[in-house]
Write a protein that binds this ligand. Structure first.
Ligand code: RP5
Length: 171
């Protein structure tokens, strides 16, 4: 493998970003799901409000660095996913982090209610949303990557089999 090919194999293809370190408890589920599917990804704290210049730089350079999908989690006045989408044509999946004050309804609405023309694919509040954002990212990559497609199919088959193998909820 040449060094260029090696770099390509290890370069992150998904960016997982979050507005605060406090979001990691939620967003680690996205990262763990990507890892389980063998998808190389990067994880960064990028705050729309506290580090706006970093947000612009991250979104501006993502395509050039080989990122194909961005997963963005934020809570409260959750502007991170929408502002990233405003700055890049990459697909952006937004994860509403459960806020203390309003249980994540604020996060959900501020991520979902984007104006026409600047999309954010919005997932459920919290852990389920983080996991599903990773699965959506995998679905996008799987369109052109047989290894990711196989990993995603295996994940889904295993999930189905686990339910079928455990029909009695008392056991
Ligand atoms: C948002 O504010 C973050 O995404 C986080 O969910 C929320 C609270 O941040 P911290 O005050 O815990 O850093 O920007």
């Amino acid at each position: 493998m040449t060094s260029n090919a090696a770099d390509e194999a290890t370069a992150p293809r998904v960016g997982v970003v979050m507005g605060s370190r406090s979001d990691w408890e939620t967003m680690e589920h996205a990262s763990a799901t990507l890892t389980r599917l063998g998808i190389v990804h990067e994880v960064r704290v990028v705050s729309a409000h506290r580090t706006p210049d970093l947000l612009f730089d991250y979104a501006d350079t993502a395509i050039g660095r080989g990122i194909q999908v961005i997963i963005a989690g934020a809570g409260g006045a959750a502007h991170l996913p929408g502002m990233i989408s405003a700055k890049t044509r990459l697909p952006v999946f937004g994860v509403p982090v459960q806020s203390k004050a309003l249980n994540g309804m604020d996060s959900l609405l501020s991520i979902a209610q984007m104006p026409a023309g600047v999309p954010v694919g919005t997932l459920a509040i919290g852990r389920a949303g983080a996991i599903n954002a990773a699965l959506m990212a995998a679905s996008v990559l799987a369109l052109h990557d047989p290894a990711v497609a196989a990993a995603l199919d295996a994940f889904r088959d295993e999930q189905t089999q686990t339910v079928l193998d455990n029909p009695d909820p008392r056991k």
